[in-house]
Design a protein around this ligand. Structure first.
Ligand code: TYD
Length: 209
């Protein structure tokens, strides 16, 4: 079985974490045990960085926020992702370096070229084979988050135009590299999205669609 690196991207409340779990369950039902992880976080050190990043009481300046994201990323890639892919495993990652381009780039206004260079350094050029974008209007996502009481984090609380810029940058990234990205309409029912995701992942692993 060849390794496969799939990343999940999207705005707040896009339902992508549900889809990560659904895809993992389908893979397991076919005898494939994926490595499921997330950014920021995924290792003990990186989860510590995540707690700092999402703490509403701390307000890192944009550059500090970007460096912390990269520190988390370098640790995850070095200790988990590379070894797993080298063993031919399927890796499902809830957010990866495109999140930095969208949030710290479009959202915070940091230079895109600079961030792309940092992404390359932190990942050692480890790029996903497939990136699934769960696209939806930011208002719809934030509404979902608010309904699920107590789940908003520091970045969810950014103003509406921040989230609009994040969404627009994601769509630009997807359009610029359409062979890697699949854009999904995150307003569709979860079961429908799950089938769409399976339809693209299964053939890549030689599994029945
Ligand atoms: P999380 O609660 O996991 O949000 P979600 O369920 O929407 O993924 O928090 C992760 C937050 O970190 C999210 O608001 C996006 C942000 N983030 C960045 O700003 N830059 C990054 O590089 C990454 C990986 C995440």
């Amino acid at each position: 079985m060849p390794g496969l690196f799939v990343t999940f991207e999207g705005g707040e409340g896009s339902g992508k974490s549900t889809q990560v779990a659904a895809l993992a369950a389908r893979l397991q039902a076919h005898g494939v045990e994926p490595l499921v992880t997330r950014e920021p976080g995924g290792t003990p050190l990186a989860e510590g960085i995540r707690a700092l990043l999402l703490d509403p009481e701390r307000r890192p300046v944009p550059l500090a926020e970007a460096f912390l994201m990269q520190a988390s990323r370098a640790q995850l890639v070095g200790t988990l992702l590379r070894p797993a892919l080298a063993q031919g495993r399927v890796v499902l990652c809830d957010r990866y370096d495109d999140s930095t381009l969208a949030y710290q780039g479009a959202g915070r206004g940091l230079d895109a070229g600079m961030l792309a260079g940092w992404n390359r350094a932190a990942t050692g050029n480890l790029a996903p084979d497939l990136t699934l974008l769960f696209d939806l209007p930011p208002e719809a996502g934030l509404e979902r988050r608010e309904r699920a009481a107590g789940t908003t984090n520091r970045l969810d609380r950014e103003p509406a135009d921040f989230h609009a810029r994040v969404r627009a940058r994601y769509l630009e990234l997807a359009a610029a590299e359409s062979s890697r990205w699949l854009v999904l309409d995150a307003l569709r029912p979860a079961a429908e999205l799950e089938s769409q995701v399976w339809g693209i992942v299964a053939p890549r692993l030689g599994l029945p669609a």
